[in-house]
Design a binder for this molecule. Structure first.
Ligand code: NDP
Length: 280
């Protein structure tokens, strides 16, 4: 399995999405996010994951425009994701929230727009709004985030369009195998948020031992595992050296045994909220 940093998956509507990208949750608007995004694109990243909640869409947009000029890239070579926040869910509010994200980013279109959390009683109306935005050509693909199997079942019962992506918490302590199998069967790609467990799984001895065989860090082992098990991944860093480190995973390959060892670390342990009990 020889991957490259700019390799893509083909989503269920034919759109190609990079397997690897930069997450910018908790990255400060302004200088910090501009620096992180430009460092990533310079290092070869082609996908950036933001959200209205992160309050840094303007900086992401500015960085994308500057990076295109500086690196001789065209808009179609980059893939930008954003998400509608929970307080903006429902049909009309979502239509407005999308326009706000688009304006803040200063882009003509967004590549992927997601329902950030399955807000009870609202996510189906939110989805109808995303379908409309998609049909109008303002977004290249639409998807969901933090949806469990039962949320997907419920949505698919009424949706005209099958979500292209489900972005969920996923790392070695929460490998989400059941959801992965279900989503794959429906043509929905899983995308890992907190792939590094927000930095809290990097002391694991198994990951260290595997990494030491290849001269790789635990972070690199996890991100390589994501790719080999077929998951899109978006590690966050604001540190240029770690941005480069995280993407330096294309010159080694985990064996089937090592993949199984990492799979075996699963404890169904979340660091973030449970999609069935969150209340925001
Ligand atoms: P990650 O698992 O990506 O971990 C990020 C943390 O790990 C930061 O503290 C970072 O610090 C540190 N780190 C990064 N690389 C390394 C490395 N090589 N070695 C040691 N430490 C490292 O957590 P996130 O929560 O940020 O998840 C990734 C992205 O997923 C988010 O940025 C966001 O885009 C998305 N997300 C989506 C959610 C959703 O509900 N849909 C929820 C949460 C996240 P530093 O920056 O200092 O390098």
């Amino acid at each position: 399995m020889a991957f490259h940093l700019q390799d893509t998956v083909t989503l269920n509507n034919g759109v190609k999405m990079p397997r690897f990208g930069l997450g910018v949750y908790k990255v400060q608007e302004g200088e910090e996010v501009i620096h992180a995004v430009k460092s990533a694109i310079r290092a070869g990243y082609r996908s950036i994951d933001t959200a209205a909640l992160y309050n840094n869409e303007e900086g992401v947009g500015q960085a994308v425009r500057e990076a295109m000029t500086e690196n001789g890239l065209t808009r179609d070579q980059l893939f930008i994701t954003s998400k509608v926040w929970n307080s903006e869910q429902g049909y009309e509010k979502t239509l407005q929230a999308f326009e706000t994200s688009l304006n803040k980013l200063g882009l003509d279109y967004i590549d992927l727009f997601l329902v950030h959390w399955p807000v009870k009683g609202k996510y189906k109306d939110t989805w109808r709004a995303l379908e409309k935005i998609y049909e109008e050509g303002k977004v290249r693909a639409i998807g969901v985030s933090n949806f469990q199997i039962h949320h997907l079942e419920d949505l698919l019962g009424e949706a005209k369009i099958v979500p292209a992506v489900n972005q969920v918490e996923l790392h070695p302590l929460l490998s989400q195998k059941e959801l992965l199998n279900y989503a794959t069967g429906k043509g929905i790609y899983l995308e890992a948020w907190a792939p590094l467990g927000q930095g809290r799984v990097l002391d694991d001895e198994t990951l260290k031992a595997i990494g030491s065989k290849y001269g790789k860090t635990p972070a690199q082992v996890i991100l390589r595992w994501d790719l080999q098990v077929g998951i899109i991944t978006i590690p966050k860093s604001v540190n240029e050296q770690r941005i480069i480190e995280n993407a330096d995973i294309f010159n080694f390959e985990l064996s089937a045994e090592e993949i199984a060892q990492i799979d075996g670390l699963n404890k169904n342990q979340r660091f973030g909220p449970d999609p069935d009990t969150f209340d925001f």
